[in-house]
Design a protein around this ligand. Structure first.
Ligand code: FAD
Length: 167
């Protein structure tokens, strides 16, 4: 965790060779990488959505997208129960059960892919790094490179379907 602008600019210089003036920094913040997944998104008349339900590493830039997808999926279900004056616990209703299963599964897929992406970029020993680089070069020289690029940019995680916000 970097406490001061000076520590941060020193790190930038060390890793990139670029010198940044710490005096130009007006704010500094840090975050921890967390992975959490609720067991239940629907309980009684309550819903957990967004990061409250599933927190994933920010490396793939998908956390907010997952939250929006929760909202898009659940909004029509809520409209329906209100229209029907249905006062049953939501977890007993099939569409809400399916919603919970689908969104938890999506969050799991995204979290796994984000962790894989993080592992690929993690600092490692020179030997391990050269093995990783050789493996990556091999994959990127094959037709798998398009699939790999899609996975790395989180368009379609390996072992998961395409992440698209419904239009
Ligand atoms: C460095 C970083 C980069 C990211 N980049 C991306 C990206 O590029 N793309 C992307 O899709 N996602 C990204 N994310 C993830 C994204 O920021 C989160 O997934 C998203 O903000 C979650 O939104 P949320 O509304 O569910 O939760 P939050 O944004 O955490 O909102 C919850 C709110 O509830 C408030 N709150 C908490 N407890 C209480 C309480 N008891 N009473 C009242 N209010 C309360 C909090 O103060 C907060 O304002 C990134 C995250 C980080 C850390």
């Amino acid at each position: 965790m970097h406490q001061s602008p000076r520590e941060l600019t020193d790190l930038v210089a060390e890793r990139t060779g670029v010198s940044v003036d710490p005096e130009t920094c007006t704010m500094i913040s840090a975050f921890n990488i967390r992975r959490r997944l609720t067991k239940q998104m629907v309980a009684g008349r309550r819903l957990l959505l967004g990061d409250a339900a599933h927190e994933v590493s920010p490396i793939g830039g998908q956390g907010m997208t997952l939250g929006w997808l929760d909202a898009v999926e659940v909004a029509p279900l809520l409209v329906q129960v209100l229209t029907d004056h249905n006062t049953a616990p939501l977890e007993l209703l099939q569409p809400f059960q399916a919603f919970g299963r689908q969104q938890r599964s999506l969050a799991k897929t995204v979290a796994r892919q984000a962790e894989l992406n993080m592992a690929l970029g993690r600092p490692m020993s020179p030997v391990a790094a050269s093995i990783r680089d050789a493996a990556l070069r091999t994959v990127l020289s094959t037709r798998m490179r398009h699939r790999f690029a899609q996975a790395f940019t989180m368009r379609q995680p390996l072992g998961g379907s395409e992440i698209l916000v419904p239009g």
